[in-house]
Design a protein around this ligand. Structure first.
Ligand SMILES: Cc1cc2nc3c(=O)[nH]c(=O)nc-3n(C[C@H](O)[C@H](O)[C@H](O)COP(=O)(O)OP(=O)(O)OC[C@H]3O[C@@H](n4cnc5c(N)ncnc54)[C@H](O)[C@@H]3O)c2cc1C
Length: 463
């Protein structure tokens, strides 16, 4: 239920943050939706923050008046994370986009929370560096930290949980805190950095991040191959990881995903279950890694192994992979996607993918699957017109069934997208009531008035 704003609260906001508050309907609508299939829920106002002080000022006001605050980066999340389901203020951090300090000797960078990953990498490249976490969208670093994001290179370089070293954050009452240190190791007290990473804007608002970066590898090469069945491809990929071949990327796409990508991108990739690889290292080592991967692929019945050190070809392959999501959407005009995000222990991935295929086959919606196979994490795009109740109900039912199966296999309902609105019950089913009660105690301690992104991750206290 929406909470009513106190009378003249919007005037108070205008007075405290002049020129940074809007109630323009287009802006409210833009901040009331994300990439999920959920319907739009506009906030009461949007505030554009330009500094940590702005965030602190806003939170002090909202805390005093019991008004919800929903941090907003790019709105590319997939589980209703940014929808103001209890009303309140959408706090847009995208104008906090300064890269504050690049420290090549320390392999660190300090950024404001609204910096997006593509401009960050353009800047880092001038120093021969890159930031490794690459969710498909050009998301903000604050949003990526808050969802615990990962991407295609996580198998080699880790996720946001591994690469955020320190944070500046603002608590619900406006208090500014620093967590972590710009060091490789830190054993001082409770790990508040990792508590905030993945907290989806429910515990604090992140305003600055100190991130670990890497040197751009001397050589990068890519390869692809096809299989007659998806589970054979997945089994080959997991074998490659278990053998310790240091792949930098290893992704699977089912035949439907490749078909959608070909139609969207104008590529002519073989329309069969496929693995895409990337290798980083010296020229000799990328060749050696590719040869080793090729041998494993052949053992699992893979064919058509195509390897290249050509930079243009490598970029083209990964551009195609990163466009698999819009390509899937474009394949079904008017469709929205319910995107699953299961992750299982590596050895169980072929089993999980096979179960997913059998759940989806014959259902009244279009579907395709792809995944970060080397991390045991895969997505199904369940595509349907939101107005088609039969297809929508079937897709939600199928996603729930897959989640149940994945939890039963010892996996997780979400490897990287987070809980948002859509997976709150799955979190209870997976973690258990006692563990969720601990999460609720943490929430209560940090945000006793439940103003920070209320109703996300945990079922709401206010109804
Ligand atoms: C095509 C496509 C592909 C994707 N692929 C991947 C993928 O491979 N891996 C992956 O992990 N995700 C993926 N995603 C999901 C999405 O890009 C990530 O969840 C991303 O991290 C969200 O960043 P954002 O800036 O858009 O955050 P938003 O969507 O704006 O916000 C996400 C959550 O973080 C909170 N938040 C935002 N900024 C802050 C802040 N500064 N302080 C506190 N809380 C904050 C919000 O309140 C919300 O709960 C994909 C999405 C799309 C559309």
């Amino acid at each position: 239920m929406r909470r009513d704003l106190p009378p003249s609260f919007i005037d108070e906001l205008h007075a405290a943050l002049p020129g940074q508050v809007t109630v323009n309907p287009t802006e409210l609508a833009r901040h009331g939706r994300d990439e999920s299939s959920l319907p739009e829920v506009p906030p009461d106002a949007v505030v554009m923050a330009r500094s940590t002080e702005d965030v602190s000022t806003l939170l002090r006001l909202c805390h005093a008046a019991d008004v919800p605050v929903i941090p907003f980066g790019m709105g590319s999340s997939l589980e209703g994370h940014v929808l103001p389901v209890h009303g309140g203020v959408s706090l847009d951090l995208s104008e906090m986009n300064a890269i504050l300090d690049v420290r090549p000797d320390d392999l660190l960078v300090v950024v404001q929370a609204g910096v997006c990953r593509v401009p960050l990498n353009e800047r880092l490249a001038r120093d021969g560096l890159f930031f490794s976490v690459d969710p498909g969208a050009d998301a903000t670093l604050g949003g990526m930290a808050s969802t615990g994001a990962s991407g295609t290179t996580t198998v080699r370089y880790g996720s946001m949980r591994d690469n955020v070293l320190a944070l500046t954050a603002v608590l619900a009452d406006g208090t500014v805190i620093q967590t972590g240190r710009p060091t490789r190791k830190d054993s001082a007290g409770y790990d508040l950095t990792r508590l905030l990473v993945g907290s989806e804007g429910t515990l604090a608002v992140i305003t600055e991040l100190t991130l670990r970066v890497f040197g751009i590898p001397e050589c990068m090469s890519s390869a692809r191959c096809t299989f007659t069945s998806l589970s054979d491809g997945v089994a080959a990929a997991t074998a490659i990881v278990r053998m310790g071949i240091p792949v930098a990327r290893c992704e699977f796409l089912d035949a439907a995903s490749v078909r959608a990508v070909n139609a969207y991108e104008g590529t002519d990739l073989p329309e069969a279950p496929s693995l895409f690889f990337e290798f980083h290292g010296s020229p000799a080592s990328v060749q050696e890694q590719a040869q080793e991967a090729h041998a494993v692929v052949a053992d699992f019945g893979g064919s058509d192994f195509t390897w290249t050190a050509d930079e243009g070809e490598r970029r083209k392959l990964w551009h195609a992979r990163h466009n698999a999501y819009p390509a899937g959407l474009a394949a079904v005009p008017g469709a929205r996607s319910l995107t699953t995000d299961a992750a299982v222990p590596l050895s169980l991935l072929p089993e999980a993918v096979t179960r997913a295929e059998s759940i989806f086959t014959g259902q009244p919606f279009v579907w395709s699957m792809l995944g970060h196979v080397a991390d045991g994490n895969f997505h199904a795009l369940l595509l349907f017109d939101p107005a088609d109740v039969v297809a929508s109900d079937a897709a939600h039912g199928a996603a729930k069934e897959l989640t149940r199966e994945v939890i039963a296999l010892g996996g997780t309902c979400t490897g990287e997208h987070g809980i948002g609105l859509g997976k709150r019950q799955a979190l209870v089913d997976q973690a258990g009531e006692s563990t969720v009660a601990v999460m609720r105690s943490i929430k209560q301690a940090l945000d006793p008035r439940d103003i920070l992104n209320p109703g996300k991750v945990l079922f709401p206290v206010h109804t």
